[in-house]
Design a protein around this ligand. Structure first.
Ligand code: XMP
Ligand code: MG
Length: 180
């Protein structure tokens, strides 16, 4: 464990096991279909990479990058597209792949934006759900873990672009992001 992490919340093994289960669930529920997984950059990259290897129906992937204005450890509700999809999603079965759902503002915006492009369906797959801070009601179809309200890093999640490469998910020490 690195110095800036206070506690390991989810080990590499726990994540692997759960991602495998999510992949199996998606495989079952999309039998006969060809879903398109849309990852939200950059946090979803390790999750997406591991998840698609556990899905055995044919599928495609694409990515979007969004940013929400505001302080770095909090979502503001105003979302902006930095990179749009490469592909057309009309009549496709979409699965949005997110690292973490916190207030829910980012996902709400994404769902509304993608819905306007007339896909056949949209479901949501998130690795982490932090329900204590939810501001908007959302349906999450595939959820890796429900976690307490703490700022977490690793397995794609960052603070100021750091720690994405940690193979586990850990709680970041407060002193790292709070100026005394
Ligand atoms: P909202 O609040 O819109 O936020 O649901 C989703 C985005 O906020 C970031 N986020 C975090 N990033 N550790 C992180 O590294 C966290 O604990 C955390 N909570 C929210 C993340 O970018 C996510 O996509
Ligand atoms: Mg994110």
């Amino acid at each position: 464990m690195i110095r800036d992490v206070q506690e390991i919340l989810l080990s590499k093994e726990q994540i692997q096991e759960r991602v495998k289960e999510l992949g199996e669930q998606i495989t079952k529920e999309y039998a006969g279909k060809e879903p398109m997984l849309i990852g939200v950059l950059k946090g979803s990259v390790p999750f997406m990479a591991d998840l698609i290897k556990e899905i055995s129906v044919p599928c495609t992937i694409d990515f979007m990058a969004v940013s929400s204005y505001g302080a770095s450890t909090q979502s503001s509700g105003i979302v902006r597209i930095l990179k749009d999809l490469d592909s057309n999603i009309k009549n496709k079965d979409i699965i949005i792949v997110e690292d973490i759902i916190d207030t829910g503002y980012t996902l709400k915006y994404l769902i509304e934006n993608l819905m306007s492009r007339k896909p056949a369906s949209i479901k949501v797959c998130c690795l982490l759900d932090k329900p204590d801070r939810r501001k908007v009601a959302l349906d999450i179809n595939y959820r890796g873990f429900t976690i307490p309200d703490a700022f977490v890093v690793g397995y794609g999640l960052d603070y100021a672009e750091k720690y994405r490469n940690l193979p586990y998910i850990g709680i970041l020490k407060r002193e790292v992001y709070q100026t005394p």
